[in-house]
Design a binder for this molecule. Structure first.
Ligand code: 13P
Ligand code: 13P
Ligand code: MG
Ligand code: MG
Ligand code: MG
Length: 369
């Protein structure tokens, strides 16, 4: 039988501005999901915080987009948001954009990464959670994991991976998607996903005729566009992803290798700046300097009939010290630009801006040249 893994997250309020999730909210989420586990709705769960985002990782057999599972997540966030209001936490209820649950959390504010698949004899799974950035921040690492032979040795030397993978790419402005093959269409794929604020990798699939079923995803990323849902800036759509590994898929180390380069992502302060993505341990999953820099944490598991064996705090390792050091050099370099691009995002990508008001004020003073 198939297992579904659901990683659903929301920022429902945080302590000291947008720094981190309060322990009181973690407790509420753990209690709620414990009850759901006892009732048999879910098989297992873990609650995490990634910066100010409350993360619910759940396993069950109900498939993706299941109403009961989404309701459980929504009601958990609502309960936590109530507590956040009572404690006067910052941005209490920030990502709960709908007044009432209507069957599915998609389009309601929370971010969702879910996949249903046949659990293998050994099923390594990694849950990635980012804060202070957007879904497109996963484009570069997911591409490198499943399509770049300089990252993933297995693409070259493992006969079961040599044929490559299929990428499902979403145009999040036009609400359209396209399936593309790597390595055959590699340059076209990059032409799209290099524009990471518009084209976002949603899922990766095995190719037909391989070791794994072609219709079962091997990676999935949350792509919810908060700002499109709300119609105004309410915080960045801090994304999450699930990645399966080994035996016909990239090894865990090949998956993590893609995060050894602290690439520039948009988000950071006020969701309006470019900065390096820093891989950190859960202990450091809090955003401080200039509300950042943007961070990614990784929890590693083995699945055992839906039970989560783990987590292993995968970036809690000196092997990523060099990346973190590099990230801080880049953070320092970017910060010196102050309000100038490309540290500050271009106008159309800034989540809030005074520019229209400044232009309005200066309207009379602008003269022809
Ligand atoms: P083991 O031989 O330790 O299983 O490792 C295989 C592998 O895939 C390492 O990347
Ligand atoms: P979040 O998206 O993490 O809530 O951050 C918003 C922000 O404006 C940080 O400066
Ligand atoms: Mg916040
Ligand atoms: Mg956040
Ligand atoms: Mg947010």
């Amino acid at each position: 039988s198939k297992i579904t893994v659901s990683l659903i997250k929301a920022d429902v309020g945080s302590v000291a501005g947008h720094t981190t999730v309060a322990d009181e909210l973690i407790k509420i989420a753990e209690n709620n999901l414990s009850e759901a586990k006892e009732s048999g709705l879910i098989i297992d769960f873990r609650v995490f915080k990634a910066g100010d985002d409350l993360e619910l990782l759940m396993t069950h057999t109900k498939g993706v987009d299941n109403e009961e599972i989404h309701r459980l997540a929504w009601e958990t966030f609502e309960k936590a948001a109530e507590k956040a209001k009572e404690l006067k936490l910052y941005g209490a209820g920030q990502d709960l954009l709908a007044d009432a649950f209507s069957g599915n959390v998609r389009g309601m504010g929370p971010g969702v990464a879910e996949m249903e698949f046949t659990e293998r004899k050994a099923e390594p799974l990694i849950a990635f959670m980012m804060d202070k950035t957007e879904p497109g921040a996963f484009n570069l690492p997911i591409f490198r994991i499943f399509a770049d032979p300089f990252n993933t040795a297995g693409l070259v030397i493992d006969p079961s991976m040599h044929q490559g993978f299929v990428f499902e790419i979403w145009d999040i402005m036009e609400h359209k998607r396209v399936f593309m093959k790597a390595p055959e269409e590699m340059y076209d794929i990059l032409a799209l996903i290099g524009a990471k604020s518009r084209f976002v990798i949603k899922r990766v699939y095995p190719k037909p005729g391989g070791k794994l079923p072609e219709d079962e995803p091997v990676a999935v990323v949350s792509t919810e566009k908060l700002y499109q849902v709300a119609g105004e800036y309410v915080g960045k759509d801090d994304p999450v992803a699930l990645v399966r590994a080994q035996s016909g898929l990239p090894a865990v180390g090949e998956v993590l290798e893609a995060f050894a380069f602290p690439h520039l992502v948009s988000g950071w302060m006020r969701g309006s700046h470019n900065g390096p993505l820093m891989p950190v341990s859960f202990k450091y999953a809090k955003c401080t300097r200039f509300d950042g820099p943007p961070r990614v944490v990784a929890a590693g598991f083995q699945l055992s009939n839906g039970k989560l064996i783990g987590p292993v705090d995968l970036f809690d390792d000196p092997a990523f010290d060099y990346t973190r050091q590099k990230a801080m050099e880049i953070a320092e370099y970017m910060r010196r630009h102050g309000p100038f691009e490309p540290h500050r995002l271009p106008r159309e990508e800034m989540e809030y801006t005074t520019l229209p008001k400044v232009m309005e004020k200066l309207k009379e003073r602008f003269e022809e040249i």
